[in-house]
Design a protein around this ligand. Structure first.
Ligand SMILES: Nc1ncnc2c1ncn2[C@@H]1O[C@H](COP(=O)(O)OP(=O)(O)OP(=O)(O)O)[C@@H](O)[C@H]1O
Length: 589
């Protein structure tokens, strides 16, 4: 049974051990709860024998019972105390391990996984679901299994004492559990619907907070407010449905359980009259009936919670089933040329966005990827850094297939700068230090200066120690870009991937960033994407992509002479740069 629990709840070895101990102490606590029944029976039996003048009846001193009562209380306290401390301490340790473990697992998953799952859903799994497990492991599971085991032990003793009275006492137990058990499918269905509605709600709230600027700019407050209200109502509706069903089934089962008390009275009365049992035995079963149904009632409540736990465990297991990007933690190569060989890749496993793509980006050279929007340039960059694994073909770094290298280890050799820079709500110093954790303050400052950051850092109230807010809220787009280039300079990795780093910047910022980039790229393998073709004219090689394929390759002069797609793109851009807004261009609605 215990091993089954380990697999079912995906427990670590320590978590499993503490759960086992928790259950054992729960059994001891429940059994100790029956001690007052024993002593009560003794007291009453003795009193009755004295009252009816039976020959064995000796009046026992109240002091004797008081001492026994105190001993029983101490036993009950010790068991409860150990049950409490073992399960609670074990649960919180297990819970923190689980959160770290799932976060670690997610870190190793391909980006395709995050494309399919909402961020709020994943946050909910790490925080909300883990909190539910915490509650279940500290309150529910030990008590549930403890109640089952202790009842089984008590049942066995009661059957040995008198099987007829034991049947009168326990016949209700399987029937009551059956009520909950038979309804588990519908309970699970409603529980799943509620969890899904709740996730939809938290997703909408998160989205509305993230898109606050757009919502205000397009005057969408009312419609978003209505959407949140609707989702809130739906979530509440399914919560009520689910809780109402669980509560009514639970109450029915618990009421049913109490019928056992009536059957003990009826059967016991008749057996006493027929002299099948003595009064002492009758009282024993009556007292047992007054005590035994409490832990069982609690166990039934726990059963409902355990059924809803299954939904959360299923969600967790689904994440663990997604294969991680494994591989060797060693990359020994003579150079860092990147060779793309017959690459095919699709996000949805149906429509390829990269098809039979082959080219080489050489170390010490700048290779640019250009092409229309949606032609697959960013996808190629992500594949080069093994953010995804491809379906067909290979990417070789210095001749080594990157699909055989651990994804995290591989990234040690890459500096990646994207258009959307991600910054942490921390100081400038720490945000740059992400490039290399062990870098000294002097090294961070040197990198910041090389990336043209010093001028704006000087303007900040606390210089390098200024906290920049969530995702660098205090900084402009150009400043964020320069900060991310400082990270890349600090990292000093042999491969540099630059995706549209100057796309949305003004000329002044663009020049500053171009200067900063030129300081990073020497003797590195540089793969660069840029829409503004004049920024990549000096590249050693330009690869032109169209609909996921390489259609042209060469340097700027060769491609212009070819008069192909690159030539057309370049001519169009020159025209659009000389374009200005005139009165006749305006559109009337
Ligand atoms: N995470 C994703 N999930 C599904 N499809 C995606 C994803 N990212 C990109 N795509 C699709 O893949 C295709 C290529 O996208 P990609 O971003 O690589 O093109 P791109 O040439 O870099 O475009 P742009 O120049 O506009 O950035 C597009 O059709 C895009 O819609």
């Amino acid at each position: 049974m215990f091993n089954g629990l380990k697999n079912k709840y995906d427990l670590s070895d320590d978590g499993y051990k503490s759960l086992k101990k928790g259950i054992m102490f729960s059994v001891f606590t429940n059994l100790s709860m029956m001690l007052p029944v024993g002593i009560g029976t003794l007291v009453l039996g003795n009193m009755l024998e004295v009252i009816f003048g039976k020959k064995n009846g000796i009046a026992i001193s109240p002091l004797y019972y008081t001492i026994i009562g105190v001993i029983i209380l101490v036993i009950m306290f010790v068991f409860s105390y150990y049950q409490y401390t073992i399960t609670y301490i074990g649960t919180y340790e297990e819970s923190s391990k689980r959160r770290i473990d799932i976060s670690e697992h997610m870190r190793k998953l391909p980006l395709s996984f995050f494309g399919k799952r909402d961020l709020s859903d994943l946050t909910n799994t790490i925080m909300g679901d883990c909190a539910s497990f915490e509650h279940a492991f500290s309150h529910t599971i030990p008590q549930f299994y403890g109640a089952i085991l202790s009842t089984a032990i008590i049942m066995a003793v009661m059957f040995i004492k008198n099987w007829k009275m034991a049947i009168a006492l326990f016949w209700v137990t399987p029937c009551a559990f059956l009520i909950i058990w038979l309804s588990r499918k519908i309970q699970k269905k409603l529980g799943t619907q509620y969890v899904n509605k709740r996730l939809l709600l938290s997703d909408t709230i998160q989205e509305s907070l993230e898109l606050m600027q757009e919502i205000k700019a397009y005057n969408q407050q009312t419609s978003y407010g209505k959407l949140i209200d609707t989702r809130l109502d739906e979530s509440e509706k399914y919560q009520k449905k689910s809780e109402l069903l669980s509560a009514s089934l639970l109450t029915t089962a618990q009421m049913f359980l109490r019928l056992g008390f009536a059957s003990v009275i009826v059967v016991g009365n008749s057996m006493v009259f027929n002299s099948e049992i003595d009064l002492f035995t009758y009282i024993l079963y009556l007292l047992a009936a007054s005590m035994i149904y409490d832990p069982l009632s609690i166990a039934m409540g726990n059963l409902s919670e355990l059924l809803s736990m299954d939904i959360l465990i299923d969600r967790l297991k689904k994440i663990y089933k997604v294969p991680i990007l494994n591989g060797s933690k060693e990359l020994k190569v003579d150079n860092f040329d990147i060779k793309f060989e017959q690459l095919t890749f699709s996000y949805d496993k149906e429509k390829p966005v990269v098809k039979n793509l082959s080219f080489t980006a050489k170390q010490g050279q700048k290779t640019a990827l250009v092409g229309a929007s949606g032609s697959g340039k960013s996808t190629v960059l992500k594949l080069a850094a093994r953010f995804y694994d491809m379906e067909k073909g290979r990417i070789l770094v210095g001749g080594k297939d990157i699909s055989t290298i651990d994804a995290q280890h591989l990234l040690k050799y890459y500096s990646v700068v994207f258009q959307d820079v991600m910054l942490f709500d921390n100081t400038i110093m720490e945000n740059i230090r992400i490039g290399r954790k062990d870098a000294s303050d002097q090294e961070v400052i040197k990198a910041a200066k090389l990336a043209n950051c010093q001028s704006f850092i000087d303007r900040l109230p606390e210089g390098y120690n200024t906290k920049i807010g969530e995702n660098g809220g205090l900084l402009s787009g150009g400043e964020k870009q320069r900060l991310s280039i400082a990270r890349a300079i600090l990292k000093d990795a042999p491969i540099i991937l630059l995706d549209e780093v100057t796309a949305s910047l003004d000329v002044e910022n663009e020049t500053l960033i171009q200067e900063a980039i030129s300081r990073v790229v020497k003797n590195k393998t540089v793969l660069i994407i840029a829409h503004r073709l004049r920024t990549i004219e000096s590249c050693d090689k330009i690869v032109v992509m169209d609909k996921g394929k390489v259609v042209e390759e060469g340097d700027h002069e060769q491609l212009m002479d070819n008069k192909g797609i690159y030539y057309k793109l370049s001519t169009l851009q020159n025209q659009s740069e000389s374009w200005n807004i005139k009165q006749e261009n305006s559109i009337s609605y």
